[in-house]
Structures are given as C-alpha cells and as structure tokens.
Design a binder for this molecule. Structure first.
Ligand SMILES: Cc1cc2nc3c(=O)[nH]c(=O)nc-3n(C[C@H](O)[C@H](O)[C@H](O)COP(=O)(O)O)c2cc1C
Length: 382
C-alpha cells in the first residue's frame, strides 16, 4: 500500500493554474501584455503581427493580447499603428487569430483604443510622443488642451463627436469579433481618449462630462456600453486604466480605486488592469513611481472585489507566482519580459520543473529531455 506522501502530486505553481474568464478558459495565468508594434500601413496588420504574436502564443502564455488597435484613423497614436476602422482589416487580423488557434493553446484578445490628444506622433524609436513632422491629422480629446507644447491643440468632443466615436468603438468591436478574437480589452489608460476624460489634468469640461469623478467617468462608461453591446454574453471584456496619473493635480490611487468601483457597479467588465502615468509628457514626475502596479491591482481586487490583471516590472517566474500567491491579481501580464523571451512561459515551466504546461508537439523533445534528465541526470539527451 502506498503512503499518502508517496501519492501526493507536487503543488501546481500558481501561474499554471487555469483561469475562467467569463466563458473563456485560459490554461494558465500568464498574459502577453498589449504592445504597439508600429508595423502597419493604414492600420493593416501583416507578417510582423503574425510572427510576433504567433511566436508569443507558441511560447505558452494563456492569453495573448494584441496591441492597441485603433477604432478610427485619427485615433492612431502613430501613422504605423494598427486599426479596426475598415472592413479590410478583418481578414489580416483573422489570419493571426487563426494561426494562434490552430498552433497553440493560447487564447487571443485585442485591445481597442483611440489615441485622443496623443495621436499623430512618431513611432517610438523616432521620438516617443513627439508629433509627426508631416502627414498628421486633427486630434480629439475631452478638452481643447494640448498634450505638450509641441502637440496640436485637440478639438473637445461635443455630443455629435461623442456619438461618432462611440459608433467607431462599436464597429471596431464587431470587426474584432468577426476576425475571431476570443476577448476584448479597452485601452482606458495612459492619457489616450477615454483616459483624457478621467484625468482632471486633461478634462476641464464644465458640462456633465467634467468636474466630479462621476462626471469624468461618464464617457468611459459609454464606451464600455458601446463595446459590450455588440459582444456575445460569454465573451470576456477587460479594461486597462491609469489607476494613478502619478503627477500632481492628477488622479491618485484612491481615485483609481473609485474608478474601479464605478466600473464594477456599472457592470460589463470582467477584469481591471491597473497601470499609471502617461497623462503628461514630462518625465521624472514628482510622484515616486511604484516599482510596478501590482500594489494597485491588490487594492482594487480587495477593496472593490473585481478580478485584476497585474502589469509592470514583473519579470521572473518567482515574481509572477508571488503576485498570485499574495492575492494581488488573478492574472499577470508581462510586456517587455515577452519581448526578451517569446517562450517565457515554456521556459518558466522548465525552470520550475512543472510538466503540466503543454508544449507544441513539434518541440516535444525539449520537455521530454528535461524529464529524462530529472529521472536520470546521467542521460545523454539523445
Ligand atoms: C513596445 C511597447 C509597446 C506598448 N504598447 C502598449 C499598448 O499598445 N497598449 C498598452 O496598454 N500598453 C502598452 N505598453 C505598455 C505595456 O503593456 C505594459 O503596461 C508596460 O510595458 C509595463 O509592463 P512591463 O514592465 O512588463 O514591460 C507597451 C509597452 C511596450 C514596451
């Protein structure tokens, strides 16, 4: 008779626990954070997205969130940003989605965005947030306040423009669903259009969309409703917010908790991914930057009672497991960690000696060899 101790399986490392997000089952808790790739012409994704997102899906993350994909041409951050503003964008995105579904166990979502007053800038490596020299376009925002001294003054949205933009979000969501994405995320952070309404720095409106936090939240909630209205009931929908503007005169984390509370009360959103900053151009903000935003995720998860996705400076398997064990978040997103290593999750499974993470069949010799080595350190690996 075998003893209890002999039959007990080793515990599953927290990152490899599956997660149910509305009707979508993720095989683990690791997320590829959305990252703009600035590789498109007229918003159209191409081989770059196929290889970039495809590699990261093969790399074992439970969820891959494709880059901020803009709902209107004038909602692009740069001329090279991706879009869902034309029906022609559906087929090339579908090619990426189909690859991920066919060749990996990952689910794939996409982040819908509108740059607002931070639009018409250069690609990151040619001057992050600096306006393009030519070929720009008129900008929209909560108030007619430019992002920086160099930026164009945006037009403040009136009711007619709000309805136009809400229609653009709705239509983009429909296109993303048609392309086969498993879930959607709304970019409500970093000073882009919805975020420009929430921050008192960029929102100085005197109507019912400005002033109190409730008023500043109003447009964001309309965007949430526009997107949710076209989504199937069982499809998850998350939102990334700036839980703090990290600068004097902006929202503080206490406001971030209230923003999250309002989102939860409103309904329709399945998780909140708290980030911060991005509302003003100057670096070295007076607020000390947190090492990451896991502490924000912790407060929102516990004070509001809504699932959270932690992001920001979480890099190693130990850090991911610690965030989950500590109850900071339900999911952990890595951005730059996945640029350094597209196979981050597969490598984590080797490092943690966890053999429950599926590997692509074509790569099966790697975990097999690891297991052989574990059983017999003298094995020569053939
Ligand atoms: C190249 C690059 C592009 C990014 N683009 C986006 C984006 O499209 N949407 C978004 O919400 N955040 C974007 N981010 C921010 C990341 O999603 C993430 O919040 C941030 O990098 C912190 O996580 P990390 O420390 O794991 O990199 C981008 C980051 C990088 C490095």
């Amino acid at each position: 008779m075998t003893s209890q101790a002999e039959t007990t399986e080793p515990p599953i490392p927290p990152m490899f626990e599956p997660y149910m997000m509305r009707g979508l089952e993720l095989i683990n808790r690791v997320v590829v954070a959305p990252m703009g790739q600035y590789a498109c012409d007229d918003g159209t994704p191409n081989d770059w997205q196929l290889v970039h997102l495809g590699s990261r899906a093969i790399g074992g993350a439970g969820l891959v969130i494709a880059e901020m994909c803009n709902v209107a041409p004038e909602g692009r951050v740069t001329p090279r940003c991706s879009g869902f503003y034309k029906d022609e964008h559906i087929a090339p995105w579908k090619r990426v989605v189909d690859f991920v579904h066919e060749y990996s166990d990952a689910k794939i979502g996409i982040q819908l965005g509108h740059a607002g007053r931070k639009g018409a800038t250069r690609v990151m490596w040619e001057g992050h947030n600096q306006p393009v020299e030519e070929g720009g376009w008129p900008l929209l925002s909560a108030s007619a306040i430019a992002y920086s001294n160099e930026s164009t003054v945006p037009q403040a949205l009136d009711r007619e423009l709000m309805d136009m933009v809400l229609g653009q979000y709705r239509r983009a969501a429909e296109r993303a669903i048609e392309a086969g994405f498993d879930m959607l995320e709304l970019h409500g952070a970093h000073g882009y259009l919805p975020s420009s309404f929430i921050s008192p720095i960029s929102n100085q409106r005197e109507d019912e969309y400005g002033g109190s936090l409730d008023n500043r939240m109003r447009f964001l909630l309309e965007v949430v409703d526009a997107i949710r209205s076209v989504m199937p009931d069982d499809m998850p929908f998350g939102i990334k917010i700036s839980a703090s503007d990290l600068t004097d005169g902006g929202n503080e984390i206490e406001d971030g908790v209230e923003i999250s509370r309002a989102l939860k009360a409103h309904g329709g959103v399945d998780y909140i991914c708290p980030s911060g900053g991005g509302i003003v151009p100057w670096g070295g903000q007076p607020r000390p930057r947190p090492k990451g935003f896991a502490e924000y995720a912790h407060r929102i998860r516990h004070e509001v009672g809504i699932p959270t996705m932690a992001v920001g400076n979480i890099n190693t398997p130990e850090e991911v497991n610690a965030v989950l064990e500590n109850g900071d978040a339900d999911l952990v997103a890595l951005a730059r960690g996945h640029l350094r290593d597209p196979y981050w999750t597969l490598h984590a499974s080797l490092e943690l000696d966890y053999d429950g993470q599926p590997w692509p069949n074509r790569y099966f010799t790697v975990p097999r060899l690891a297991k052989l080595k574990q059983e017999n350190p003298e094995a020569d690996g053939q």
